[in-house]
Design a binder for this molecule. Structure first.
Ligand code: GLA
Length: 713
């Protein structure tokens, strides 16, 4: 077999796998008609040598290894004591198994074997790629770099959308023109990071949310990574992604293998939002457990912004009582319940319930919470230790560090080497003890510093091993406690990626509860993640992160479109706000099955609006959110064009949030179409093509519109 073609409804993939030559990707893009042959696709790409270049054409291989002789970006670098560096991986055999292509390659010269697995899922249309390198030689191999795969992308994708951000400002899109040479994003923080999410989109200048071609790529990896988009001098464009190793970190003993993290990729000919839906489908179908998919996600209460480290059982019980009364179904006890952890200076690592604040243990609080009909959840930050802790005093050698160098301070804590079995065993035993002693159903798993000097007790770098050990520890806990959900938090969204989601159930999207910021963050995060895994909380009226004061209508209307929760002091916030919050939680529950399973929509709007929605998979229902994050230039706002509806059906359109809201002047379209009353039945096509004139609104407002398809006929 020398050519493999895989298809799904939107996408076709063609791989060249001729024996004795390096494997390559001939085509990845819009679904081709069945009659198009892989042979003609390859023929159409016939290249040539030329002056100043080699005399023969060199096809870019999946590995971009040095032995190929293509002097472009490197995707592979390895050696044995300075030798055996010139690998060239030729196909030995290839097979197609339904939607999968499995390609075995080898290099007898450097005694390496390399296996690629490409899977284009027939339902989700997400492409998964992994590669495994095995050292077949008699001596250790130093693997310096290895991209999971290098993928040619059509040169008409002249724009790159990268992702950047910071603490409380995750998933900001940065769109730039592709240029000669490399666009390179490297992350060395030891977690997916706030600023260098392992993902990128390539698209055309005309691509927007709902039109144009887009290629999305993300690395399912929670640690150091490199992604590159290279424009070669002959015009070819190569995208590659892989884990990034420290010096000497990836040394393969004879017979040992390195298994790369997966690249998950998706192509869309119809805009960024349809591309995102392939990633959402992948998360839903491949990463979330069936139990999670089947369970309504409980409305969430978290104690952090209400009490911080000031834990008092009586007060927490009062808060829990109020939380349950306004609709919470889960109560999460955040940082501060263990050891000497009365502030962030000490106690991290001592995972024993503090007798100072919980003289009778956690039991009374857990019983109170579960007695109210809520699930109990609890915070851990397992990978970390405060130097001022019993754990550190007993095991100062358990931390990652570079001998002779001071630790770089981050929140008064250092990192445990959890790849050491005794360390992960300690953590497993402690977490297991807390879970086994109480009816606890949820862990918020935090991680609040970068790995600046990830050296182990033998002086070797362990950042990569740390991620593998983390995933293994999470899996071990999940196996023992299958009913316990786990949230991935890292100072907010610092460990958000498709790798961690194979081992957890939810992401803490961001530490900012500022609804204006959240609108942008949730939109950016939705490029790769569906709404149900995005933790979205209502914070206090006076936002702790930005100082902004936003109405409850805005705060709750924003949180409602994710996995809704709240994180404010229910004993001190205004009663009117709490009554409104109760309504919002009820509305979220009414629509959460739709929000958490439907097809995500991001609308193309001017910058002052953020408009997103979700349409039921059968197009019978939809919920759209239109947020004014700023004022507009003209006296009146724009029309909003809904997407994803069935053009042939009619929908009853109603405004469902905020409950008491009036346009700046009236009558507006709200009254004219009775949108706050019976609503108006409109065709799906008109709602999408003609668009809905927005009423005049002040900035910092969010309106939610519900659409219910009418019975046919
Ligand atoms: C991190 C998290 C917060 C909170 C604190 C507790 O900052 O992102 O949500 O849990 O830690 O210390």
């Amino acid at each position: 077999m020398s050519l493999i073609r895989l298809d799904c409804p939107t996408t076709t993939l063609i791989l060249v796998v001729a024996q004795g030559a390096p494997p390559s990707l001939a085509y990845f893009g819009n679904r081709l008609h069945d009659g198009v042959t892989p042979e003609e696709v390859v023929a159409l790409g016939t290249s040539q040598g030329g002056p100043g270049n080699p005399d023969v054409a060199i096809t870019a291989s999946l590995a971009m290894e040095p032995g190929l002789g293509l002097l472009g970006p490197s995707g592979f670098s390895a050696h044995r004591d300075g030798k055996d560096w010139a690998s060239r991986f030729d196909v030995v055999s290839a097979a197609q198994d339904d939607q999968r292509a499995i390609i075995h390659c080898a290099d007898p010269r450097t005694q390496l074997a390399l296996v690629y697995v490409f899977e284009l899922d027939a339902q989700t249309c997400a492409l998964s790629i992994s590669s495994t390198l095995t050292n077949r030689g008699g001596a250790s191999l130093d693997l310096a770099e290895m991209a999971t795969a290098c993928l040619p992308i059509p040169a008409r994708m002249t724009e790159i959308i990268g992702f950047t951000g910071r603490w409380t400002g995750e998933f900001q899109r940065e769109r730039i023109a592709r240029h000669s040479g490399g666009y390179v994003r490297e992350n060395r923080r030891g977690r997916s990071s706030h600023d260098t999410f392992p993902g990128v989109v390539l698209c055309t200048p005309a691509t927007c949310e709902n039109a144009g071609e887009a290629y999305g790529l993300t690395l399912a990896w929670s640690g150091n990574h490199r992604l590159r988009i290279d424009t070669l001098n002959d015009g070819r464009v190569i995208a590659q992604m892989g884990a990034l190793f420290g010096a000497g970190e990836m040394r393969l003993a004879p017979g040992a293998s390195y298994e790369s993290p997966q690249i998950i990729a998706a192509y869309s000919s119809a805009g960024l939002t349809p591309m995102s839906r392939a990633f959402h489908a992948h998360v839903r179908e491949k990463l979330l457990t069936p139990a999670m998919r089947g369970k309504p996600r409980p409305a969430h209460y978290n104690t952090w912004e209400a009490v911080y480290f000031d834990h008092d059982v009586a007060r927490l019980k009062d808060i829990a009582t109020r939380a349950a009364a306004i609709g919470a179904e889960r109560f999460v006890l955040d940082d501060g319940w263990f050891g000497s952890r009365r502030d962030d200076l000490s106690g991290l690592g001592d995972w024993f319930v503090s007798a100072d604040v919980y003289p009778d243990g956690l039991g009374p609080l857990v019983d109170h919470v579960t007695g109210l009909g809520m699930e109990m959840g609890i915070w851990f930050e397992p990978e970390m230790v405060n130097p001022d802790s019993d754990l550190y005093r007993a095991h100062p050698d358990w931390v990652l560090q570079a001998e002779g160098l001071p630790q770089i301070p981050y929140r008064n804590q250092v990192v445990l080497d959890i790849s050491r079995p005794e360390v992960s065993n300690y953590l497993f035993e402690r977490i297991d003890a807390v879970l086994s002693a109480h009816d606890i159903r949820y862990i918020k798993w935090d991680m609040n510093r970068d790995l600046s000097h990830p050296g182990d007790a033998h002086g070797q770098q362990r950042a990569h091993a740390q991620v593998r050990a983390l995933w293994a520890l999470l899996d071990r806990l999940r196996a023992k406690h299958p009913g316990v959900e786990i949230e991935s938090c890292a100072s907010g969204g610092g460990r958000t990626d498709l790798g961690i989601l194979a081992h957890t159930d939810r992401i803490w999207t961001s530490d900012t509860n500022d609804a204006i910021d959240r609108q942008q963050i949730q939109r950016g995060t939705s490029t790769f993640l569906p709404a149900e895994v995005m933790g979205a909380h209502v914070g206090p009226s006076h936002c702790h992160q930005t100082g902004r004061r936003l109405s409850m209508a805005m705060r709750a209307g924003t949180a409602l479109m994710g996995h809704m929760g709240m994180e404010l002091n229910l004993l001190t916030e205004p009663e009117a706000d709490l009554a409104e919050l109760k309504d919002a939680i009820a509305l979220h529950k009414k629509h959460r099955a739709l929000i958490h399973s439907g097809a995500q929509q991001r609308l193309d709007t001017p910058d002052y609006l953020v408009a997103m929605g979700v349409v039921a998979q059968d197009q019978s229902e939809a919920l759209f959110s239109v947020a004014w994050v700023d004022g507009h230039l003209r006296t009146l706002p724009d029309r909003v064009h809904f997407t994803g509806l069935d053009p042939a059906r009619h929908y009853r359109l109603r405004r469902v949030w905020p409950s008491a809201w009036r346009s700046v002047s009236s009558p507006s379209i709200i009254e004219a179409l009775d949108l706050d009353g019976q609503g108006t039945v409109l065709s799906g096509e008109a709602l999408m093509i003609v668009g809905l004139q927005m009423p005049l609104s002040q900035p910092e407002t969010v309106l939610l519109f519900h659409l219910q398809a009418q019975a046919k006929g």
